[in-house]
Design a protein around this ligand. Structure first.
Ligand code: DSN
Length: 418
């Protein structure tokens, strides 16, 4: 029996999603398209196996095969990041961060982290997230003029509040993060450093961003952004924290690991060790710079004046357009982005003055600088005509013409439709 006949509603939603991903221009900076090998591993029968514990020390019998994939994932990740210890069991970036917080801190301890309104992440202390409810969060932002991290200001805050941990890392920051400087600040005030490299993990492997593992006590990452693996997380740490991190991931905050996802992580880590992967990361950054230049050439203001990495933030204030309305118009034109606060935004998080754009997914499709110029042109046409359905539908046709030259999941769609 096939899913198509047993559950046509779910089958059709999956098929339509495959077609949407194929037809649209995907610019969400945290998304990517996994390879067929990752789909094979993640969709495998390893989903059936309970394996509480760690390789060689499980609570269940029959773990000899899942032990192989978890050990491979650990060894490959250690080599990629030059990490002293890696735990590959966190189900997500959020749980990776939770494991570090609970292993390194006590409830009520002070943590200095980047404000979500300036590019930080929900788990870096948002009031309604576990991080903001269990811990005393002090936020740092970006400099109002440069819109970049201000390490003197961070040091001042650290001296004033004496945090037990400082978090370096962001999900909407278009510039290089200086982890060495963060560590120096930590050492001055006796704090531990957690680097959350979810967005920049792939760039790190390719040497296009400083490696946080050199400087931080703890490093967390998701595995599905620039790293292009399955949707999941990992924790890396210095050797002396290995036992407490492992004990906090299991049994501290998780039960059975998702062995099918860990198998897919092992596959992704193997791929990330190749020359092709490093070339791919270079193209992500080149595309990001090309898209940023093309947009600025059309008069768009980019937060901090450009990008060093895979993403950029457009400030739409001068266009008299909200991030919400811009994202909605682009969606109608087949261009997928997310609305995003810009530093010191006067609008609410549900409306915003900005949108965030990233190039990992379109680069996976093989698009290069030439296509970035065309994409900037299509974005500009859509944003100049947010209320004109006819124009948006014409742009959508152009989007489809472009994406059809870079087909995605052809075999997946063929298998599903035959
Ligand atoms: N904050 C999400 C993003 O960067 O899109 C990921 O958690």
């Amino acid at each position: 029996m096939s899913l198509k006949s047993t559950d046509p509603k779910v089958f059709n939603a999956i098929l339509k999603e495959a077609k949407r991903q194929n037809d649209n221009i995907e610019l969400i900076a945290s998304e990517n398209f996994v390879t067929d090998e990752i789909l094979d591993a993640q969709g495998s029968i390893m989903t059936n196996k309970y394996a509480e514990g760690y390789p060689g020390a499980r609570w269940y019998g029959g773990c000899e095969n899942v032990d192989i994939v978890e050990s491979l994932a650990i060894e490959r990740a250690k080599a990629l990041f030059n990490a002293e210890h890696v735990n590959v069991q966190p189900h997500s970036g959020s749980q990776a961060n939770m494991a570090v917080y609970f292993a390194a801190l006590k409830p009520g301890d002070t943590v200095l982290a980047m404000d979500i309104a300036c590019g930080g992440h929900l788990t870096h202390g948002h009031a309604r997230n576990f991080s903001g409810t269990f811990f005393n969060i002090i936020s740092y932002g970006v400099n109002k003029d440069s819109e970049m991290l201000d390490y003197d200001e961070i040091l001042d805050l650290a001296k004033k509040h004496n945090p037990k941990m400082i978090i370096a890392g962001a999900c909407a920051y278009p510039r290089i993060i200086d982890f060495k400087k963060f560590r120096e600040i930590c050492d001055k005030v006796g704090a531990m450093l957690l680097a959350d490299i979810a967005h920049i993990a792939g760039l790190t492997i390719a040497g296009l961003h400083p490696n946080a593992c050199k400087h931080a006590h703890f490093v967390t990452s998701t595995t599905h952004k620039t790293l292009r693996g399955p949707r999941s997380g990992i924790v890396m740490c210095k050797r002396q924290f290995a036992k407490s991190i492992d004990a906090m991931v299991f049994p501290g905050i998780q039960g059975g690991p998702l062995m099918h996802v860990i198998a897919a992580k092992a596959v992704a880590f193997k791929n990330a060790g190749t020359k092709e992967f490093r070339e791919y990361q270079k193209h992500i950054v080149n595309n990001s710079k090309a898209l940023a230049d093309a947009l600025m050439g059309k008069g768009y203001r980019l937060v901090s004046g450009g990008t060093d990495n895979h993403l950029m933030l457009i400030d739409l204030t001068e266009k008299e357009l909200s991030g919400r309305d811009a994202a909605s118009a682009l969606d109608k034109a087949g261009i997928t982005v997310n609305k995003n606060l810009i530093p010191y935004d006067e609008k609410t998080p549900a409306i915003t003055s900005g949108i965030r754009l990233g190039t990992p997914a379109i680069t996976t499709r093989g698009m290069k600088e030439k296509e970035m110029e065309l994409i900037a042109e299509l974005i500009d046409q859509a944003l100049n005509n947010v209320n004109k359905a006819k124009v948006l539908s014409r742009v959508k046709k152009d989007v489809k013409r472009l994406t059809s030259k870079f087909p995605l999941y052809k075999d997946v769609i063929k298998r599903m439709t035959r």
